[in-house]
Write a protein that binds this ligand. Structure first.
Ligand SMILES: Nc1nc2c(ncn2[C@@H]2O[C@H](COP(=O)(O)OP(=O)(O)OP(=O)(O)O)[C@@H](O)[C@H]2O)c(=O)[nH]1
Length: 411
């Protein structure tokens, strides 16, 4: 991710006419001076010119000098990325397991993390915009080029056209800089995202408030559940988790770890058990215990696997047997790296399971973050949270202005 730095000597001395770097390292034996030849005795009245003592090599090969420049170089080197800390937690499953999960480290502010997470998307977008708007007055050809760039960044045709239309209307035949275009981009993106940036409201009248987490394999359901459980626990809510991803033993273990961390009991069955039966038991127990919130995990399923989508419908039917108003939130997690396919996922999960809100994860791992804009425009579903990393603090409520500013490369 980081730009490749120029070579060490270039950084130290700058420019191309840098003296050749010393080859000799401090541990290299310094050549001994030539033996001093015996000089004839000068006549007594002549003060002898001091014989130039041959210096043992050019100054930059002396150990002190090399140490100095090494110190200078060290001062210029970026701090090495710390290894992500992990916590190893023994998990009570059969067979017993020890699972590593990321531990929260001291963090920068959310906007900085969001901007860092969206850097690949914004770099790609702003880089392409800058290359289109280097020289000229805004003409039809430039607007066409810009429209292509915006479509390629997954923002969707409608948003791409809205941006180019705004520019055509306000700036045609005038000088336009990349910065002007980025400002229009941020405004248009915010316009689309503003109405869908809605918090996940927990209705206290529902006890428990039941959240069903759904999505394709690996989209981040279990991780998101852990992060949400942590947030709710921090708000003083009593949370219960249901390990409904009964396909994957590791998902059950993962949820148990989050349960331990957040003091939330986890209802689980051995891998392979019936997921709807587990959901039924979990809702019954959470009701009996008067829990504030129950979050139910489900196995990942591709939207085009009909039998798996049938199973999801069955889970929902069974939950409704205990509480006809449930689930109170059905959250679809979308992996931003899947790009355009996310549109299909929303369409089908919405149809089969009645999605009430979206969580977009892994915005840090892709240049295709613009897809969120296309999804918002097409479906208008609330976007509650976005994820830009694996730690708890990397999932935050979604705000349109921050996202728009970050994706347009704003500070
Ligand atoms: N970089 C990054 N990784 C994430 C994010 N959210 C989740 N992950 C990682 O994505 C991987 C899959 O996450 P899971 O939570 O296991 O996904 P899942 O949807 O429960 O997976 P299945 O149970 O297979 O369907 C894990 O390694 C997570 O740590 C995110 O916002 N950014």
């Amino acid at each position: 991710m980081t730009d490749k730095k120029p070579g060490f000597f270039k950084r130290l001395f700058g420019g191309g006419d840098t003296p050749a770097p010393p080859e000799t390292r401090p541990e290299t034996p310094v050549p001994a001076p030539d033996p001093v030849k015996p000089t004839p005795e000068p006549p007594p009245d002549i003060v002898p010119e001091p014989e130039p003592v041959p210096f043992p090599g050019p100054p930059e090969t002396t150990p002190d000098y090399v140490e100095d420049i090494e110190d200078a170089a060290a001062a210029q080197q970026p701090e090495p990325e710390p290894e992500p800390e992990v916590e190893t937690i023994p998990v009570a499953v059969d067979p017993p397991a020890v699972v590593e999960v990321p531990v929260e480290a001291p963090r920068q502010g959310w906007f900085a993390r969001l901007a860092t997470g969206l850097k690949r998307s914004s770099d790609q977008l702003t880089g392409s915009i800058t290359s289109v708007f280097t020289k000229r007055k805004l003409d039809a050809a430039t607007l066409d080029e810009l429209e292509d760039v915006l479509i390629q960044a997954d923002l969707g045709i409608e948003t791409a056209m809205a941006i180019t239309e705004t520019l055509r209307r306000d700036r045609f035949d005038r000088d336009v800089s990349g910065e002007d275009v980025r400002a229009v981009l941020a405004t248009e993106v915010e316009k689309v995202l503003g109405p869908v940036a809605l918090p996940l409201e927990i209705d206290p009248a529902q006890k428990p408030f039941i959240i069903l987490m759904i999505g394709v394999n690996g989209s981040g359901k279990t991780t998101t559940i852990g992060k949400l459980a942590q947030k709710f626990a921090a708000e003083g809510k009593s949370v219960m988790l249901a390990a409904g991803d009964t396909f994957r033993a590791a998902a059950i273990e993962q949820l148990q770890i989050w349960g331990q961390r957040t003091n939330a009991p986890v209802i689980s069955r051995p891998a392979g058990a019936d997921a709807s039966g587990l959901a039924f038991d979990a809702v019954t127990q959470a009701k009996a215990e008067g829990r504030d919130i129950l979050i139910i995990d489900t196995a990942g399923r591709l939207q085009n696997r009909d039998e798996l989508m049938n199973e999801l419908e069955k889970i929902i039917r069974v939950i409704k047997k205990v509480d006809p108003s449930a689930p109170h939130a059905t959250l679809l997690t979308l992996d931003a790296t899947t790009g355009q396919n996310a549109l299909k996922q929303v369409e089908i999960f919405e149809k089969r399971a009645g999605v009430t809100g979206l969580v977009m994860t892994k915005l840090d791992g892709t240049a295709r973050g613009g897809i969120l804009v296309a999804i918002a425009r097409k479906f208008g579903l609330p976007v509650h949270f976005i994820g830009v990393g694996e730690s708890v603090g990397d999932l935050e409520p979604f705000t349109a202005s921050d996202f728009a500013r970050a994706i347009a490369g704003g500070e």
